[in-house]
Write a protein that binds this ligand. Structure first.
Ligand code: F0G
Length: 432
């Protein structure tokens, strides 16, 4: 059966053609997902996916389209727009492991993507679908990375990008990318959650293709992060995959990928998914503690200096909940201080990441300290964004000027630059 859209709501499961422009189920309003790929043969695909790494064909060089059998395009790839996304490394860090209370930890660093975040994995797929549908304009609301990514892919695809940002609440690195890639950029005096509602109305009204993670094609592309990670580990399944949670698209994509790969026989068990949120923007963590799970406790005024995950009303929470539950995973929250120090440790190990990404290591430290994650666990932590995304945060941390809503951050790993005179004697004395 060709790929199609399916309502995620288990009591509905209505189906729609893959080329319908839908973000929610017209029958019940539920989230939509792409149907699972059929007839995947691990014995054929594992060596084929490996072989494609040697190829010079653009589709094969992409760390997303190399795994194209997992994506709902049914062999039709003529609309694909790729900037050779994915291809992100697995990096070991003994220093971060020690800080996190683990014997070893591996980072899957999505900041190595062309626009510096995991959004590129999803955006190549979303933008390609936009082209397949003949869309001329694409839109998103963003805490910065989605917009940077969408701007680049729209430019490559010859579509106009229209970006909505929460004014004053995204880092300059990300805003700069959107401007440089030529997107029409609107800064709205509202928060992410409010603007998402606005953009959904406008997209419908103006016939603009919406490329937030409510778009099922974004989720499909982000599935390949798990396929690539497993491929890089010779299909050896880790015990845990740890990921920061904001709008909860990424964890939804990871869970779907892992379930599909298990169903097809690529892997024989699921890693446990751990989602880490920032304390001031942690509705999913709060939801997991509600006794009956019958309503979602949105946060009206989310706060965190990790602006990428400053979200109080995450659209994908029903999917995320399903994936965390199915994998036997959990949700934890960490403080501004914990994020800041964990980030400095990732940096000091020569790897570096943006603030939201560091929630993973901060979360690992908390989970090992409380005995929920054993020290010898095999853990893959996802670093979602590049260290250069938010240099302002870094400078302030290392010079003692970083202040969160919860109060000033005391940089335990502060490393301030030193001003010196142009005098070799004095500099030598300082370095002695
Ligand atoms: N880490 C980074 C660096 C992000 O940019 C985001 C989301 C997340 C984690 C959270 O991922 O939403 O899938 O749970 N950034 C979005 C944006 C919201 O607009 O760029 P999620």
């Amino acid at each position: 059966m060709p790929s199609h859209l399916v309502c995620f709501n288990s009591s509905c499961r209505a189906q729609y053609p893959i080329t319908d422009v839908l973000y929610n189920c017209p029958k019940c309003g539920g989230l939509l997902e792409a149907s699972a790929p059929e007839a995947l043969d691990p014995a054929r695909l594992k060596p084929l996916w490996r072989e494609r790494r040697m190829s010079n064909a653009p589709l094969d060089q992409s760390g997303v389209w190399r795994y194209r059998e997992l994506l709902p395009f049914d062999g039709q790839f003529e609309h694909v727009v790729t900037i050779r996304e994915g291809n992100t490394p697995l990096l070991a860090s003994p220093r971060a492991a020690a800080y996190g209370g683990l014997r070893a930890v591996t980072f899957k660093h999505q900041g190595f993507n062309p626009t510096g975040s995991f959004k590129d994995n999803g955006m190549t797929c979303g933008a390609s679908q936009g082209r397949r549908l003949g869309m001329k304009r694409v839109a998103c609301v963003s805490t910065g990375n989605t917009s940077a990514s969408m701007a680049a892919y729209a430019a490559q695809a010859g579509m106009q990008a229209i970006i909505f940002l929460p004014h004053g609440n995204i880092s300059y690195g990300k805003l700069a990318q959107a401007l440089e890639y030529g997107a029409k950029t609107l800064q709205v005096e509202a928060n992410f959650d409010q603007i998402l509602k606005l953009v959904r109305v406008l997209a419908e009204q103006l016939g603009i293709y919406l490329l937030n993670s409510v778009n099922p094609f974004r989720i499909e592309g982000q599935k390949t992060i798990m396929a690539e990670m497993l491929d890089q580990r010779d299909w050896h399944v880790p015990d845990w995959v740890v990921v920061p949670g904001g709008n909860l698209g990424n964890v939804s994509a990871f869970g779907k990928a892992l379930r599909e790969l298990q169903a097809a026989g690529f892997i024989d068990r699921l890693p446990r998914l751990a989602v880490i949120q920032a304390e001031g923007s942690a509705p999913f963590e709060a939801f997991m503690h509600t006794p009956t799970h019958d309503s979602f406790p949105t946060v009206d005024h989310p706060e965190t200096l990790a602006t990428a995950i400053k979200i109080g009303d995450p659209v994908s929470w029903p999917k995320a909940w399903n994936e965390v539950a199915t994998s036997g995973g959990l949700v934890e929250k960490v403080t501004e201080q914990e994020i800041a120090d964990a980030k400095a440790v990732v940096g000091a190990s020569g790897i570096g990441c943006e603030p939201a990404s560091a929630a993973t290591l901060a979360g690992i430290r908390k989970l090992t300290a409380s005995g929920r994650m054993p020290p010898d666990a095999d853990v893959v932590a996802i670093l979602t964004g590049n260290v250069l995304k938010d240099p302002d945060y870094i400078y302030r941390y290392h010079t003692g000027g970083l202040t969160a809503h919860s109060g000033p951050i005391k940089g335990a790993f502060e490393n301030a630059p030193i001003v010196v005179p142009n005098d070799p004697q004095k500099i030598a004395a300082l370095l002695a």
